[in-house]
Each structure stands twice: as C-alpha cells, then as structure tokens.
Design a protein around this ligand. Structure first.
Ligand code: NIG
Length: 385
C-alpha cells in the first residue's frame, strides 16, 4: 500500500475528534486515513503533497440525487420563472424521455453527472430510480445506478403514471417491480405529498421496502404541510428529504429521532419554495444533511458547494454547520458514518475521501459563492480531480 502525506494544510476540517486544525498534516495509507496532526510532526510517507496553505475537508457526501434520467425540462423551468408554480406533473415528461433513451445513452448521461459531481468535490453519492415507473425502466435505472453508486434508492413510488389507478400502481411498486429492482437497490423511498402518494399508500410502500430488507427514506413536506416527516419518524426512516413545510411537532419528533432532515436548497431556489426551517431544526437538535437533489425538474445541479453557500446565505446556517451537513450529515443520512470504512470525516480509519479547496478556509465557500473553489479531490485514497 502506498502512503501519502498532505502537509502545509492551512485549515483541516476533520468532523472528528480533532475538530478544525491549522497548519496541519494528514497521512493516508491506501484507501484510508492513517494519521492527522501538526505538519511538523507528520510521519514519513511514500509520497508528499504540499497543499500550500489551502483548506482540506472531507469530500462531499451527496445523499440525495436522481441521476437516472434523460432529457431536460428547461421549458418547464422557464415557465416557472415566468410565474407558473411547480407541480410534480413534469416528472411524467422525464419518464417519457427516460423510457425512450437507449441503455447506453442513459449510462453515458449518468456517468457525465457523476463526473460533474466529482469535479465539484463530491466523493460519495446516493442516486435513485423514479423516472421509469414501469418494471422494465425501473429495473434498468436501478441496474445502471448500481454501476455508479453503492447507495441506490428505489423510487418507483415517485408519482402515479398515466393509465394507472393509484392503489393498483402501489400494488405493482410493492410487488413485481420491487422484485425486479431488488438485486440492485438498498433503499426504498416514496414521494409522500399531495398529488403523489397519500400517507396510507406511502406506509404500504415503505413497509414493503422494509420487508424486502431495504432501508427507508421519504420525500416529504416539500410542497405543503403533510404527514411525510411524521411517517418517516414513525417507521424509523434514515432520512426525510425536502422538509420545507414542517410544524413544531415535526421538528420536535425529528429532533428526538434518528431520522435525518435532509435539506435541498438548490431545489428550493429553482422552485421558489420557502426554505426549510434549518435554524429551528438545528436548534432543536435534529441531524441535518444538505444534498444537491440533482434532477431535471427541480434542481439540475450536482454542486454541493452551491448548496452549502445557499444554506449559509439563505437558510441561516453557519458555514461550519453547512459543511458538516454536506459531509457528515449526508453520511449519517446514508448510515455510512460508521462501520468498516466510514465516510464523512477525516479521522484515522475513515475512508480517504477528501477535497482541497483553492482557498485558505471553508468560509470562502459562502464568501465567494459560485466561484470554482475545488483544487483537487481524492476518493478512497486515489486522486480523481
Ligand atoms: O426531489 N419531489 C420529488 N421529486 C423530485 C422532483 C422531480 C421532478 O420534478 O422531476 C424532487 O424535487
């Protein structure tokens, strides 16, 4: 195994016991972090990388993306910017385009999106199905997603496709379609929202996922107040995502639970939704994750730096909170923060997923929003950018 010592780190964000260190060094050995401490004490390594006073932090953990899609919805976006409200009906346009794409086309599009995410500092991402909504296309989306990610979420219950009665479609999602995708996925999700699936249908979907051995996630409280967050907590889901419309009870329940509140600020900008109550969630003690929600309808970006900047500038999160939420928060939302090779932190034993910023501190992520601040990126100890 080859070891590499990163020295002359101006600011090292560890998310671990070491906190934030100045004038620091970090040694990786193979695919994991081996040592952290002051530069002057750095042990010898096979290779040295002098980062020139730049900031180093864990790679972004993007715990919510929808990369399995073809086509774009820029016309819908333009109409929205001209005053049309967002309604999830546009999902069906992406379903049509995704069904029509060849497997090679879809695989290429997904690979391009992963590359874009890596270029922005992302070293781990979850992705999901949900633009197939028939057995064949959901299975294909799940299979291709498993080629690019170890966290694949089955979102057959995204919306009810044309020609189906909702309860019959729930039967398909929890039956034949679930059997078809099961070899490729480890999470089950449902869009629990008016216009998508109601609370009883959502419960049936999630219970079927649980019986199939899948972890649970929920899209909820995005377009209005609703039962998604409460259902997620009740069923022990790892995460409830969106959370724009939470009441006090939702916030208290989330804070007292292990369910992560995953916030998607790029989506909120693109849909002109009110931002979620990030401050109230954090102050109540809830675990908050930030994710890109890259998808063709509501958030066509893989940029976690943009999400961090927006969370700071618009949602009253501190830079430190936003960075933690986009790294460790995402890792917890995916239950990847502990185990054999944990992600989300830079601590001895964790996976060597790190990014070097072209800046001396993480503050610059919000101070210089939209600037290209990724200097270099290492994934499992290998330089990828
Ligand atoms: O997370 N909320 C549901 N799903 C996506 C949007 C899908 C779309 O409009 O294509 C989301 O925002």
């Amino acid at each position: 195994m080859t070891s590499t010592a990163f020295t002359n780190i101006g600011e090292l964000t560890t998310n671990g016991d070491d906190g934030v260190l100045g004038d620091a060094a970090l040694v990786i050995d193979g695919d994991r972090v081996a040592w952290i401490g002051p530069t002057v004490l750095a042990p010898a390594a096979d290779r040295g990388v002098d980062v020139g006073g730049r900031a180093v932090l864990p790679g972004w953990v993007d715990s919510h993306t929808h990369l399995a899609f073809a086509g774009d919805r820029s016309t819908e976006f333009a109409a929205r910017m001209a005053g049309e409200p967002y309604a999830a009906g546009g999902i069906k346009v992406s379903v049509e385009r995704t069904r029509a794409a060849s497997t090679e086309e879809l695989r290429g599009l997904m690979a391009e999106r992963v590359r874009a995410a890596n270029l922005g500092g992302t070293t781990w991402l979850e992705t999901k199905t949900g633009y197939g909504l028939d057995v064949e296309t959901e299975e294909r989306s799940a299979r291709l997603a498993a080629e690019i990610s170890d966290d694949v979420t089955y979102l057959g219950a995204h919306v009810v496709p044309d020609g189906w009665h909702a309860d019959d479609y729930v039967g398909l999602v929890t039956g034949h379609m679930l059997d078809a995708v099961r070899p490729h996925v480890n999470w089950m999700d449902v869009f629990c929202e008016r216009g998508a699936f109601d609370v009883e249908q959502s419960r049936v979907v999630l219970q079927a996922g649980r019986e199939a051995g899948l972890g649970l996630r929920v899209h909820g409280n995005q377009l209005g107040p609703g039962p998604g967050a409460k259902l997620a907590v009740e069923l022990g889901a790892a995460s409830v995502d969106h959370c724009n419309f939470l009441d006090d009870e939702d916030i208290d329940l989330l804070a007292a639970s292990a369910t992560v509140a995953t916030l998607l600020p790029a989506c909120d900008l693109s849909t002109r939704q009110p931002f979620p109550p990030a401050r109230a969630l954090l102050d109540a003690g809830s675990t908050v994750a930030l994710a890109s929600n890259c998808n063709p309808g509501t958030s066509y970006t893989t940029s976690m730096a943009f999400c961090v900047a927006t969370a700071v500038l618009q949602m009253r999160m501190t830079v430190e909170e936003a960075v933690w939420s986009a790294t460790m928060g995402g890792a917890i939302a995916l239950r990847r923060h502990e185990g054999e090779l944990p992600i989300g932190a830079l601590a001895p034993g964790s996976r060597a997923d790190l990014q070097v910023l072209d800046a001396p501190s993480v503050t610059h992520l919000a101070y210089r929003p939209g600037m290209q601040l990724t200097h270099s990126v290492w994934q499992a100890g290998r330089r990828i950018v």
